[in-house]
Ligand binder design. Structure first.
Ligand SMILES: C[S@@+](CC[C@H](N)C(=O)[O-])C[C@H]1O[C@@H](n2cnc3c(N)ncnc32)[C@H](O)[C@@H]1O
Length: 348
C-alpha cells in the first residue's frame, strides 16, 4: 500500500480547517489498513517507508495542533522525514526519523529482563555481558564499516554483534580458552555484511596495535568497548597479566591503566570509549571498582559523557540463593548488588 501526500499537503496550506480535514482523511485511510506494520509514503517524487504507528502519531499531531502555524511546522517536519536524511557524524541513524528508533535507550537506567540469546549468543562463558550492551553502543556510536576494539573479548559478544551489524572488529583476550570459544561462536553466526573480524590471543597491555592496524591499512578505531574482569570476582586464567589475578586493588587499577595507555592512542579523536564494570565486596566492605576505574580513565585524555546503571538479570543460581543473600544483607548491614555500570567517555 502506497499513500501519496503531495496533493494533500499542497491543498492544505490555505486554511487550518482544510488542513485538518485533509489530514483526517489520510489518517482514516491509514487506520483502515489492516495488519500492515509499515506503509510507503510519497511526497513530490520522494518516497520512504514508515512504521504505521509512528506515521499515525505524526498525522494525529498535525490534526490536533492548536494553531495553523504549529500544524504547518509539523507538516514541514513530516515532509523533511520523507525527503531528507539527516545523519550524525558517528552513527547511521537518520535524525529526521528519530522516533522510529524506539528500541534505542536514551536514559541512564538500563533494565533488561532477559539476555538476547539469538544466533550465536549464549551465556556459556562465565562473566560475559548481555549482547544488548554492545548492540546499543554500536548503534549509537558507530557506522557500518567502522572499526571496533574489544581488548577483553572473552567469548566474543561484542564481535558477534559487530558481525551482525556490519562493523569490523578486533577482539583480544589472553585466555586461550576464551579465544577458542570466540572463534567457534563467530563461526556459528551468519555474516550478512562484508566485514573483517579478528581475534588475537594476547595481553592487551602489551600488544602492538599499530602493527595490527597497519595490516588492514586503517589509522584507528572508532569505538573501544572494555569489559575487564571485576578484579578477582571471577579468576579467568593463571596468567600473571590477567587483571583478575591482581594481588591488590591498587595493582588491579594499575593493570587497567596500562591497558588504557596501550589502546588509547589508537582511538580516533572525539570517538567513544565504554567501560562496563561492576563493584565487589571484600571483608565486609563495598569496593567501588566502577568509580575507581572511571577515575583511571579520567586521569587520561577523556571526558565523561554518561554513567549508565544496568540491572543484573537474575541467574538461576542467584534465584536459588535469594533468601540466603537477603538474610546475610540484613545481618551484615549491606545491600545486595543488583546493578553494574556502563561508563561512557569521549576522547578529547
Ligand atoms: C569480563 S570478561 C569479558 C567478557 C566478554 N565481554 C564477553 O561477553 O564474553 C574479561 C576477559 O578479560 C580477559 N583478560 C584479563 N586480563 C587481560 C589482559 N591483560 N589482556 C587481555 N585480556 C585479558 C579475561 O581472560 C576475560 O576473558
Amino acid at each position: 500500500m502506497q499513500i501519496d501526500l503531495t496533493d494533500t499537503i499542497k491543498q492544505s496550506l490555505f486554511s487550518h480547517s482544510l488542513l485538518r480535514r485533509n489530514f483526517k482523511v489520510v489518517l482514516d485511510k491509514i487506520q483502515k489498513i489492516k495488519s500492515k506494520s509499515s506503509i510507503k509514503i510519497c511526497f513530490d517524487g520522494s518516497e520512504t517507508v514508515f512504521k504505521k504507528d509512528i506515521l499515525l502519531e505524526e498525522l494525529s499531531q498535525i490534526i490536533e495542533a492548536h494553531t495553523f502555524e504549529r500544524a504547518k511546522y509539523y507538516v514541514n517536519r513530516l515532509i523533511k522525514s520523507i525527503t531528507e536524511i539527516k545523519r550524525s557524524k558517528i552513527n547511521d541513524l537518520n535524525l529526521n526519523r528519530w522516533k522510529e528508533y524506539d528500541d534505542l535507550i536514551t536514559d541512564s537506567l538500563w533494565i533488561f529482563n532477559k539476555r538476547d540469546s539469538s544466533g550465536a549468543h549464549n551465556a556459556g562463558y562465565w562473566g560475559n555481558f548481555i549482547p544488548q550492551i554492545p548492540n546499543q553502543l554500536l548503534r549509537r556510536y558507530t557506522k557500518k564499516g567502522d572499526w571496533i576494539l574489544d581488548p577483553f573479548a572473552g567469548s566474543g559478544t561484542t564481535l558477534i554483534e559487530c558481525k551482525r551489524l556490519g562493523r569490523n572488529a578486533i577482539g583480544i583476550d589472553l585466555s586461550e580458552e576464551a579465544i577458542k570459544l570466540c572463534n567457534s561462536n563467530l563461526d556459528r553466526e551468519i555474516k550478512p555484511f562484508n566485514v573483517l573480524i579478528e581475534t588475537i590471543l594476547a595481553d592487551s597491555s602489551e600488544i602492538n596495535l599499530k602493527k595490527q592496524l597497519n595490516k588492514y591499512h586503517i589509522k584507528n578505531f572508532q569505538l573501544i568497548i572494555m569489559h575487564p574482569p571485576y578484579w578477582d570476582i571471577i579468576k579467568f586464567t593463571k596468567e600473571k597479566n590477567d587483571l583478575s589475578n591482581a594481588a591488590t586493588k591498587e595493582k588491579f587499577l594499575n593493570m587497567f591503566g596500562k591497558v588504557l595507555d596501550n589502546i588509547s592512542p589508537h582511538l580516533e579523536k572525539k570517538r567513544y570509549l565504554a567501560v562496563i564494570i561492576g563493584d565487589k565486596y571484600s571483608e565486609g566492605e563495598w569496593i567501588p571498582l566502577g568509580f575507581l576505574t572511571m577515575q583511571e580513565v579520567l586521569k587520561r585524555d577523556y571526558k565523561l559523557k554518561s554513567i549508565i546503571v544496568k540491572n543484573f538479570e537474575e541467574t538461576t543460581a542467584k534465584r536459588n540463593q535469594k533468601e540466603l543473600w537477603r538474610y546475610r544483607a540484613l545481618v551484615g548491614g549491606f545491600y545486595i548488588f543488583k546493578h553494574e555500570y556502563i561508563f561512557l567517555f569521549q576522547k578529547k
